[in-house]
Design a protein around this ligand. Sequence first.
Ligand code: PMP
Length: 317
Amino acid sequence: MPSPSPMLEYAFFEGRIVPFAEAKISVGTHAVQYGTGAFAGIRGYLDADGETINIFRLPDHTARLLNSAKLLRAELPFDRDSLAQTIVSLVERNAPTGDVYIRPFVYKASVQLTPRLRGMDDELAIYMLSLGDYLDTSRGIKAVVASWVRVPDNAIPGRGKLSGAYVNSALAKDEAEEKGGDEAIMLNTAGKVSEGSGCNLFIVRDGVLTTTPITGDILEGITRRSFLRFAADEGIPTAQRDIDRSELYLAEEAFFCGTGVQIAAIGSIDGRPIGDGCPGPITTRLRDLFFDTVRGRSDRYAEWVTPVRRRVPAAAD
Ligand code: PMP
């Protein structure tokens, strides 16, 4: 995270809503020691009406989190809808006045020494923070191809948002920043382009919006899926196929996307300019569609938005 982001007052912890400061776990917790957790990152946007928080693709996020939990063999008393409803209740309770980022976390809660998945207590915690842009969305950012290889599916599955795997992201992100970049591009064990440290990647080649397939050691990003749909609806040709490193340097446009990143145009990769270094026409079109959707300025994709009316907490709350 760039600058310290203020936490909102309440969190969901061990089955109920508590003050964020009380949502604490033991240092011996299995998930802390071994990274046996899974998380989601969900954004809520302040609607153009100034009153409503629009949660983007909430049931898709809760479904993916439950799939990540399944990979961890975690058993939780939630389904996709009851988990979504729990998140809505927390948003209502926090009554945010601006954009928020919601972080649900499923974790192995036992204090236990053996690195295993079976036979342990599983818990769910959710907290929220105010969050603006994670990467600059207005200019072309600098991407660097990392020497750290994306962790393959047969080591730690990238399609689960598994906590321990983020050491891999952190190594790549540090490398990119230490080389003067903003974000890393990771290659997979086959040497093909996978994704960024916390985002998926698209390039435009010969007018075709192209991204790595879901079998390319990537997270099956919900923003990625949304942009593929926007493009299809706009008549922009798309392809999901392996991307070579050299294609990055020849792309007409390139951008990262993800819940935190939103859409960040790439101005250069390894110091080589992409297009004229500024957000290109396809990137700009997709960006406008995305922000019109999440800000409630267009109802074309209204089914992707869960609106939560801000309610002023009653004195008894
Ligand atoms: N890849 C990685 C490694 C990520 O952490 C994220 C952020 N969740 C993404 C891609 C983008 O996924 P989404 O659009 O679902 O946020």
